[in-house]
Design a protein around this ligand. Structure first.
Ligand code: MG
Length: 156
């Protein structure tokens, strides 16, 4: 059986936070606000995986409680992958878009892919991460937030 899932996330960019995306710290004067490390890319990927598996969403699995305060989203993804493997799922591929006016993400995509491929159990050809700007439009275009989209295909 093949199943597809879609994930979306958006976090505000604020002073005084590190910018973590795809499990990677990216040099930036501002970072993503959030209860966890604010890694919207991983959150979107997790929601795509959970949607494909029919397992709800990230907010249901990891409520914003003291246990998840400041947690690395890589740890959340690891937990989700453990659960999905336990239910017999294998990731076929994941494709994601990060919409950010700044910083430019292209120089970091390969390193993000290296971090995420091993967790997802896919080769680098089966994980797409694409950086886009919002062409100056709306809150993302004004640099007030970073939005992320992901689709995931699972098989069992
Ligand atoms: Mg999030």
């Amino acid at each position: 059986m093949l199943r597809i899932g879609l994930g979306y996330d958006i976090h505000p960019l604020v002073e005084g936070r590190r910018l973590i995306l795809g499990g990677l710290e990216i040099p930036s004067p501002r970072g993503l606000a959030g209860h966890s490390d604010g890694d919207g890319l991983i959150h979107a990927v997790i929601d795509a995986l959970l949607g494909a598996a029919g397992e709800g969403d990230i907010g249901r699995l990891f409520p914003a409680d003291p246990r998840t305060k400041g947690i690395s989203s890589l740890a959340l993804l690891r937990d989700v992958m453990d659960m999905l493997r336990g239910r017999g799922w294998r990731v076929v591929n994941v494709d994601a878009v990060v919409v950010a006016e700044e910083p430019r993400l292209a120089p970091y995509v390969e390193a993000m892919k290296k971090k995420l491929c091993s967790l997802l159990g896919v080769d680098e050809a089966s994980l797409g991460i694409k950086g886009k700007t919002n062409e100056g439009l709306d809150a993302v275009g004004r640099g007030e937030a970073i939005a992320c989209w992901a689709v995931a295909l699972l098989e069992r």
